[in-house]
Design a binder for this molecule. Structure first.
Ligand SMILES: [Zn+2]
Ligand SMILES: [Zn+2]
Ligand SMILES: [Zn+2]
Length: 506
């Protein structure tokens, strides 16, 4: 594909003798079939070398075009349909622009013939379900896919196109192509999830004859709204396999449909459309609902979600346990646990001014992280290690382990590396308060030990955010779902998903 620029003056089609009235009518009809006429994009002088030769002809188009070179070359090579004489691009009389593609009306090089041949600049296909009507240029469907992939809207696409003198694409044209390519992207996303689920099952399979495989997943929900305000109009819940790292299921909840709303305002029945509105309750309650849907979906694909990693939201796990017959274990999200440990410590700070400095807090955070990472899948050892963190800082090393405690290694020379002046902490009340905080986590050590993390869900939510930026609202139509599908496909398949989608609409 290439972009070419041309700029010339316009000229009327030359009248030709000895043409039957039927033929004349046919030519007229040909010209009127396509309603949209030549656009008026200004040339910018960047084509000065070619300008002269084209001016010598009679073509009257300006600006740049996106052209598939082989398609145009073949069209010109195929010669005049009436007399078989050569066709020249400079004999182009008129042009109908359809998005990024064009129909060129090229007059035969032989003035005696005067036949107007229609050549296209790009490959085209029939939109699904449309047996008749104008064929659709592939490039326009690809443009819509690119728009969704890049996370931009029609205005941005046109801002880009017009700045390089390409014809702008109409809002409706692009929206129609988006509706064509969107379901194809969704199919790619759904298939990639099924493949992800199979992969997760393979990772977890213990025997060859197992009908139902127990899997572990992390689950999280993202809302397309800035801040933590749970009044968002759309939300995406995703389940990611702990072993495979692939998205094994996702689902969206949407509270708005612009088309239904407009129909309601006008007191009319909405025309038939791909309505995505599926939620009326609060945004927060989307989370358990999607979780249940995804867990049930996994069951029908032969996978039993026996472990779920998620944030501390208990409503989700409660609802999941209520709606399935098998056991579901809840593991804490490790990133969340670390964050929560930190905020517990900071909340103690005002009561212990001067002693519990940020440096001291960082010391405890470091110990906490170390205890977790060193005791993966070992509940007893993690419990013991956590219990030793506070006494160790206060100079009591009877609970410490020589594998990490420097004091036990060399009691005479040991100094705390990350405590102020390397000295032990002091204060009974402080020790008591700190122990109380650590106790919360000791009691949960069973859920912390596997080091489950929903970080990959957060990464996915960020990708979704880049496809459907929070500052813009795409939740009023299917667009939001398409964009989510883009993010899921990208996570599971990689960037090559765009090519997969392109194949599917042919
Ligand atoms: Zn001819
Ligand atoms: Zn609707
Ligand atoms: Zn110690």
């Amino acid at each position: 594909m290439a972009t070419v620029g041309v700029g010339t003056k316009s000229r009327e089609i030359k009248k030709v003798f000895f043409v039957s009235s039927r033929e004349k009518g046919r030519r007229e009809k040909l010209k009127n079939i396509w309603k949209r006429k030549c656009c008026n994009v200004e040339g910018d002088g960047g084509v000065s070398t070619k300008k002269k030769s084209i001016e010598a002809g009679s073509c009257n188009f300006r600006g740049r075009r996106v052209i598939e070179l082989d398609v145009l070359a073949r069209a010109l090579d195929s010669c005049c349909s009436a007399c078989g004489k050569a066709l020249q691009l400079s004999n182009c009389q008129d042009e109908t622009i359809s998005g990024l593609g064009s129909f060129l009306y090229i007059m035969c090089s032989d003035p005696e013939c005067g036949e107007v041949n229609v050549c296209t600049t790009n490959k085209s296909h029939r939109a699904a379900g449309a047996g008749r009507g104008r064929p659709v240029f592939d490039v326009n469907t690809k443009l819509a896919a690119g728009m969704l992939h890049a996370g931009i809207g029609v205005t941005h696409v046109n801002a880009l196109l017009t700045s390089i003198n390409l014809p702008a694409v109409g809002q409706n044209t692009l929206k129609a192509r988006e509706r064509e390519v969107g379901p194809a992207i969704e199919a790619v996303a759904r298939n990639s999830c099924l493949e992800g689920l199979q992969l997760e099952k393979e990772c977890r399979r213990t025997g060859d004859t197992e009908q139902v495989v127990k899997i572990g997943v992390s689950y999280d929900m993202g809302w397309q709204k800035r801040g933590k305000g749970h009044n968002s109009l759309t939300g995406v819940g995703s389940m990611i396999g702990l072993s495979s790292g692939k998205v094994v299921g996702y689902s969206t909840r949407t509270k708005r449909c612009a088309l239904c709303e407009a129909a309601k305002r006008n007191g009319k029945e909405p025309r038939s459309h791909d309505c995505r509105m599926n939620w009326t309750a609060s945004s927060k309650s989307m989370e358990p609902d999607v979780a249940v849907e995804l867990v049930k979906g996994a069951i029908s694909a032969g996978a039993q979600v026996s472990v779920m990693v998620g944030n501390e939201d208990s409503a989700t796990i409660k609802k999941v346990r209520e709606s399935v017959t098998h056991e579901v274990d809840k593991w804490s999200d490790i990133t969340h646990a670390k964050r929560s440990f930190g905020s517990h410590l900071y909340s103690l700070q005002p009561q212990h001014k001067g002693i519990l400095s940020t440096k001291v807090i960082n010391h405890f955070l470091k110990c906490f992280r170390y205890a977790l990472s060193q005791n993966k899948d070992n509940v007893d050892s993690l419990e013991k290690n956590l219990k030793a963190i506070v006494p160790h800082a206060f100079g009591k090393h009877n609970k410490c382990d020589s594998s990490w405690c420097g004091f036990l290694k060399s009691p005479t020379t040991y100094k705390h590396k990350s405590l102020p002046l390397g000295k032990d902490l002091k204060g009974e009340k402080l020790e008591e308060d700190l122990n109380a905080v650590v106790d919360i986590f000791v009691q949960n050590s069973e859920k912390l030990a596997p080091l489950g993390s929903s970080q990959s869900n957060e990464a996915l939510n960020n990708t979704i955010g880049s496809k459907a930026p929070k500052i813009r609202h795409y939740g009023g139509s299917e667009s939001n779902d398409f964009r989510v599908a883009c993010a899921v496909s990208q996570k599971n398949v990689g960037y090559s998903y765009v090519a997969k989608v392109s194949i599917s609409f042919r």
